[in-house]
Write a protein that binds this ligand. Structure first.
Ligand code: DSN
Length: 410
């Protein structure tokens, strides 16, 4: 009510965004809906407090409750992921990765990271990033069968002798062999890092194996499948704890956002509950149904299919439409996806060959196999009828109707 009086413009935009989220089908693989409890903690007075430092070792007074909040977040995350040490202060995934690089590398040091078009992430050494200007990134790729090319990875590791070997991805849909990866790193004496941002919720929900026991350092965002507030986190072996904490504060960031840390603590509690395991299980089931349905409609899927929460579809190779064209036509019927590069894409990042489609958000709304089949049918139908305005309008009404039957948590 205060917002409505003080700033009606922002209030109205907020109302419109609630309606957009409520009536739209969100299939962006990295998005999700947080619970009301997470929203409450995020919108709390903890945002008023400066807390530079760590629990028990702060630079400012008045930390009785912030210390408790941060300690709770740390303890819950340690238990959830069986970690020796956790830092919950990174503001998001990109800063978390940068903090790790600065903790364990010197400028010019070599890192092996996964190629972006093969499913890696921008912050894993893409030339446009600051990290790539400071450190020397060499990129590895997937093999033609869609799996990670471990032989090539080993050859590259022996040739390049990297200081750090980084696994993890934002569009790769298969499970990697943690042990195999870390064994290769051990052969060349490299530190191992895994960015589990996309699959953290599936790991917490015990439907995918936990990388934390294998890797020296693991980073993640706390939103995406983990269903927490937007934020980051670093989990590591005890021997890296001091360097990571120092690199985070004072090395890279200032005061932590304590409202965000409080919301992370709430999300970790939620993710440790049996109901969250049910959620994670359903996400993987839904993604598998999406894979099968899309294949039945004649779409080519990259990496041979999916083991996680998303599929990467070569829409240009399957239907002759670019990822951008598909993104636009699906937008018209109220389905949100994102255009995405496919391995060694001959097209540009702004108009690539693929789209990435993920099910974490619709699964939070309670959609199951039946609804996913319907969603796949709508996607196919929108593409086939893309030039018929009336048909698209009809599809849009159907999408909205179904969304209204599955309210978002608010
Ligand atoms: N933007 C997130 C994603 O969509 O994967 C992470 O960069």
């Amino acid at each position: 009510m205060n917002l409505q009086k003080t700033d009606p413009k922002i209030y109205n935009l907020l109302k419109k965004e609630i309606k957009r989220q409520q009536e739209g089908m969100e299939l962006i693989a990295s998005e999700n809906y947080v619970s009301r409890a997470v929203l409450e903690a995020l919108g709390s007075v903890f945002t008023n407090k400066y807390s530079e430092g760590y629990p028990g070792k702060r630079y400012y007074g008045g930390q009785a409750y912030t210390d408790e909040v941060e300690s709770l977040a740390i303890e819950r995350a340690k238990k959830l992921f069986e970690a020796e040490h956790v830092n919950v202060q990174p503001l998001s995934g990109a800063p978390a990765n940068m903090i790790v690089y600065s903790a364990v590398l010197q400028p010019g040091d070599k890192v092996l990271g996964m190629d972006l078009s093969h499913g890696g992430h921008l912050t894993h050494g893409h030339p446009v990033t600051l990290a790539a200007k400071i450190y020397n990134f060499v990129r590895y790729k997937t093999a033609s069968d869609g799996l990670l090319d471990y032989q090539e990875l080993e050859r590259l590791a022996l040739q390049e002798k990297p200081k750090l070997m980084l696994a993890g991805f934002s569009a790769y849909t298969r499970q990697i062999d943690y042990k195999k990866f870390c064994d290769i790193a051990k052969k060349v004496g490299a530190i191992t890092m895994f960015d589990m941002a996309h699959i953290a919720g599936l790991i917490a929900g015990k439907v995918l194996p936990n990388p934390v026991p294998y890797f020296d350092i693991v980073t993640t965002t706390t939103h995406k499948t983990l269903r927490g507030p937007r934020g980051g986190m670093i989990l590591c072996k005890q021997e890296f704890a001091k360097a990571i904490d120092k690199a985070c504060f004072p090395g890279f960031q200032g005061g932590p956002h304590m409202n965000n840390v409080a919301a992370k603590a709430v999300a970790f509690k939620e993710a440790s509950m049996p109901s969250f395991r049910g959620y994670a299980k359903q996400v993987v089931k839904n993604a598998k149904v999406l894979e099968e349905e899309m294949k039945n409609y004649g779409f080519k899927l990259l990496f041979g299919g999916t083991d996680n929460h998303m599929v990467l579809v070569d829409v240009f190779g399957s239907k002759g439409l670019s990822g951008k064209e598909v993104e636009v036509v699906l937008d018209e019927i109220g389905i949100t996806v994102n255009k995405n590069m496919i391995p060694d894409d001959s097209r540009s990042p702004m108009d690539p060959s693929g789209v990435r489609i993920g099910v974490p958000a619709v699964t939070t709304r309670g959609m199951k196999e039946k609804e996913i089949k319907q969603i796949a049918a709508w996607i196919n139908s929108a593409i086939e009828n893309r030039k018929q305005k009336q048909a698209l309008n009809k599809l849009r009404r159907e999408v909205t109707q179904m969304c209204k039957r599955f309210p978002i948590p608010i």
